[in-house]
Design a protein around this ligand. Structure first.
Ligand SMILES: *Cc1c(COP(=O)(O)O)cnc(C)c1O
Length: 401
């Protein structure tokens, strides 16, 4: 079938809650995607920071195929040999004690929210249930995760549960003012992703740790986008040098196979006792084999250090574009291979993406005015240069019109 035929069917049968670009992909290799007609695209989005080891990595593909031919699912009525090994691998890298597995970022955050409330409930502190979260934070689309999400347009009309106070990201005084004895946890992204690729101001995460220690609240870090090497460390909190009580993971973890996880400290090991939380698919051998393979590829190909070094070079390239086109660009920001080119007031990132895609480069928008670069961690310097130079040309043309 041609792209045109598939697009007609898509409009007929797919639920229209998304507004995808009119490109139908059929195949990928490394940082490249090919549409149904074989047109090549340079993928600097990686399925929103998901395809950490690129597309169709042979070792990743083999690990998934081998596991599919061995054992896909047993449920959590039994152990399986794969999720035990993944739990160990993640806990060792994060310096955490326990791993809970689920299937997405929203679910991982749902687990963390339930963990925080249940932790204090079990201690008899039943009124300690309020969370502190941040404006522009993104934590997912289930109702619980939505209650923590800090962007009103995602929440409107859904009756998401309350009990979450939002303050400005980076504003420690505002957090401090909220830290009454009814707060069970602060939930924070170590760098805001969807909110516009916003790094934490210096001392912010350290300050949150201190405020939580002082009040006894938990510090939960949503590492769904920042974890698994993206920021040039296994986890964003390691880059910041701040130890959270629990973190959540998803996006890059399975390299495209759906899997989410929550890692907790030993002190929280008893907070969700048997029967209080679960997931039918969570921790299934297929998804866990994909994740184990991602970890081993990242290690073998030194892609975590690579994300730091390539990210620094990407940052310089983007800073160069911003300096060259000051009428369009405000600047560059980010860490590792999660970078944003910030556009001037009046420019809309979403409107520029199709022009960049037409030139064969794929990016996503973060917030209203940020072009987000979240390439596969296997991306090469040549690919980054190619992508940035096309973005520069498109933006230079926008500057003139
Ligand atoms: C993408 C994202 C989520 C939601 O993940 P889903 O897998 O879409 O549910 C949650 N938190 C952060 C920081 C994210 O970037």
């Amino acid at each position: 079938m041609t792209s045109a035929e598939l697009l007609t069917k898509a409009e007929t049968y797919l639920y229209p809650n998304y507004k995808p670009a009119r490109i139908v992909f059929a195949r990928g290799k490394g940082s490249e995607l090919f549409d149904v007609e074989g047109k090549r695209y340079l993928d600097l989005a990686a399925g929103v920071a998901v395809c950490a080891v690129g597309h169709a990595h042979p070792d990743h593909a083999k690990a998934i195929a081998d596991q599919a031919a061995t054992l896909i699912h047993v449920s959590n009525y039994f152990y399986n040999d794969v999720n035990v090994r993944l739990a160990e691998a993640l806990c060792q890298r994060a310096g955490m004690a326990k791993a809970f597995f689920c299937n997405s970022g929203a679910e991982a955050n749902e687990a963390a929210l339930k963990l925080a409330r249940r932790h204090f409930f079990a201690k008899g502190e039943t009124s300690r249930s309020r969370l502190v979260a941040f404006h522009s934070a993104f934590h997912g689309r289930t109702l619980g995760a939505l209650s923590m999400t800090g962007t009103p347009k995602y929440k409107e009309g859904f009756g998401a549960p309350g009990g979450v106070s939002h303050v400005t990201y980076g504003d420690l005084d505002a957090v401090k003012a909220e830290m009454k004895d009814d707060v069970c946890a602060v939930v924070v992204e170590p760098l805001q992703g969807e909110g516009g690729v916003v790094p934490p101001p210096p001392g912010f995460l350290e300050g949150l740790r201190e405020l939580c220690d002082r009040s006894g609240a938990l510090l939960l870090m949503d590492e769904v986008q920042t974890g698994i090497g993206r920021l040039g460390a296994w986890f964003g909190f390691q880059r910041a040098g701040v130890r959270p009580d629990a973190i959540t993971l998803a996006k890059g973890l399975g390299g495209g196979v759906p899997i989410g996880a929550m890692l907790t400290s030993e002190a929280l090991a008893g907070s969700l006792p048997p029967g209080t939380h679960g997931s039918t698919f969570g921790g299934n051998p297929l998804a866990c084999a994909a994740a184990l393979s991602v970890l081993s590829i990242l290690e073998r190909e030194k892609l975590v250090d690579g994300a730091r070094d390539k990210g620094d070079r990407l940052g310089k390239l983007l800073a160069g574009v911003a300096a060259e086109l000051p009428s369009v660009c405000e600047g560059e920001r980010g860490q590792g291979l999660l970078r944003g080119l910030v556009l001037r007031e009046g420019f809309v990132a979403r409107d520029i993406l199709p022009k960049i895609a037409a030139r064969g480069v794929l990016l996503t928008a973060a917030g209203d005015r940020v072009l987000r670069f979240s390439p596969p961690l296997v991306v090469t310097d040549a690919e980054l240069q190619e992508g940035v130079s096309i973005v520069r040309e498109v933006l230079a043309a926008s500057a003139k019109t």
